[in-house]
Every structure is written in structure tokens, then in C-alpha cells.
Design a binder for this molecule. Structure first.
Ligand code: ADP
Length: 199
């Protein structure tokens, strides 16, 4: 643990928001594997960048594990640490007056609440988006064949099969993603962001 360190105060968040002309925030997607988090987050990122000219960047579950979090596995402790680091990184993006989109299963309520608390403490908006589908539908979609492997016992501690998923109690946006299209899901989030005047 570092002790001889002091926080360096540079530009304030308000100054960055003013200079960039956009709000910084984190949009935190949570849901089962294959619920549609990455697909919706990517479509939203594209919409924000292209149609709105808003700087947005998506932190993706697998991609982060290739680099920043390549030392972590899928035990509960490692999943906690995975989410803690993502929360810190998304907070930096939000603080820079960008829109951070995170697409991670993030199955534990306490971890997501910690991510939220981190943003709250810094005065940065945190929008939890629950991408909700029944596990049977996720299992049918299964584009990466992961449920199949989990059922065969080839993947241990697989969320929804052999590890828990704790659904959000009060997400800012609740998407019933077995009932609507990706475009409708994006629209639902955009309407929330507009209503809050975040975009
Ligand atoms: P996750 O990131 O949650 O693991 P993905 O974004 O990879 O999930 O989506 C899983 C699969 O479900 C993909 O094949 C994707 O095309 C499909 N999908 C996502 N959203 C919808 C939707 N609203 N309707 C139908 N299929 C969808």
C-alpha cells in the first residue's frame, strides 16, 4: 500500500464538462451472459458518437480481461476485483467528461453498489441498465457456446448455471431484452438519458 502520496488537483470536473461541452457519466450494463449487454452497449456507443457527436467509450468484459485484468479469473474474489477496477476506470472516463459504457455480467449487487458509491462520492452520474432475459433464452442464444460448456461442466462458476446472478433492485433502466429489438433497447436508454438531461 502506498503511503507517501498526495492527490494532485488539476482541472476540475466542472471545467472539463464546460470545455468539452458534454456531461460525463457511466452507463453500467449488467445481466446474464448472452443477455445482450455488449450488443446494446455497442449500438448505444455508435449512436452517441455518430448521431450525437458525444464522446463515448465502451469497456467490454472480455476485452478488459485481455489487458488490464489479465491476472484475474472467475472466482468470487477475482470477480470482485475485476469489477472494482472497471468501476475505477469508468469513473476516470466519466470524470474526463466522456460517457463510459461498461458491459460486464457484474453478478453481485454489492459490487455494483460499490461502483455506484464510487461515482456518487465523486458527484458523477451512474446509470445502471439491467439487461434482463430469462436464463432459458440466454441459453438458447448462447452465441459463444458458453452455456453449453457450463452445462457440460467444462466451465466452473458460470453465472446463471453454477454461480449466482443478483438482479438489480432499482436499476435506472430495465430492459426486457427478450421482448424488444436492439434498436428499441437503445431508444429506451436514450429516452432516460434525455429525461435526465445527461445528453
Ligand atoms: P452479452 O454481452 O450480454 O454476453 P451479447 O451482446 O453478446 O450478450 O448478445 C448475445 C446474443 O443475443 C447475440 O447473438 C445478440 O445478437 C443477441 N441479441 C442481443 N439483443 C437482442 C435482442 N433484443 N433481440 C434478439 N437478439 C438479441
Amino acid at each position: 500500500m502506498a503511503t507517501n502520496i498526495t492527490w494532485h488537483e488539476g482541472l476540475t470536473h466542472a471545467e472539463r464538462v464546460e470545455l468539452r461541452g458534454q456531461q460525463g457519466l457511466t452507463i453500467w450494463f449488467t445481466g446474464l451472459s448472452a443477455s445482450g449487454k455488449s450488443t446494446i452497449a455497442t449500438a448505444l456507443e455508435q449512436h452517441l458518437l455518430n448521431a450525437r457527436k458525444i464522446n463515448a467509450y465502451r469497456l467490454d468484459g472480455d476485452n478488459i480481461r485481455f489487458g488490464l485484468n489479465k491476472d484475474l479469473g472467475f472466482s468470487e474474489a477475482d470477480r470482485n476485483e475485476n469489477i472494482r477496477r472497471i468501476a475505477e476506470v469508468s469513473k476516470l472516463f466519466a470524470d474526463s467528461a466522456a460517457v463510459a459504457l461498461t458491459s460486464f455480467i457484474s453478478p453481485y449487487r454489492a459490487d455494483r453498489d460499490s461502483a455506484r458509491a464510487l461515482h456518487d462520492k465523486a458527484g458523477l452520474p451512474f446509470v445502471e441498465v439491467f439487461v434482463d432475459i430469462p436464463v432459458e433464452v440466454a441459453e438458447q442464444r448462447d452465441p459463444k457456446g458458453l452455456y453449453k460448456k457450463a452445462r457440460a461442466g467444462e466451465i466452473k462458476e458460470f453465472t446463471g448455471i453454477s454461480a449466482p446472478y443478483e438482479a438489480p433492485l432499482k436499476p435506472e433502466v430495465h430492459i426486457l431484452n427478450d421482448k424488444i429489438t436492439v434498436e428499441q433497447a437503445v431508444q429506451q436508454i436514450v429516452e432516460y438519458l434525455e429525461a435526465q438531461k445527461y445528453i
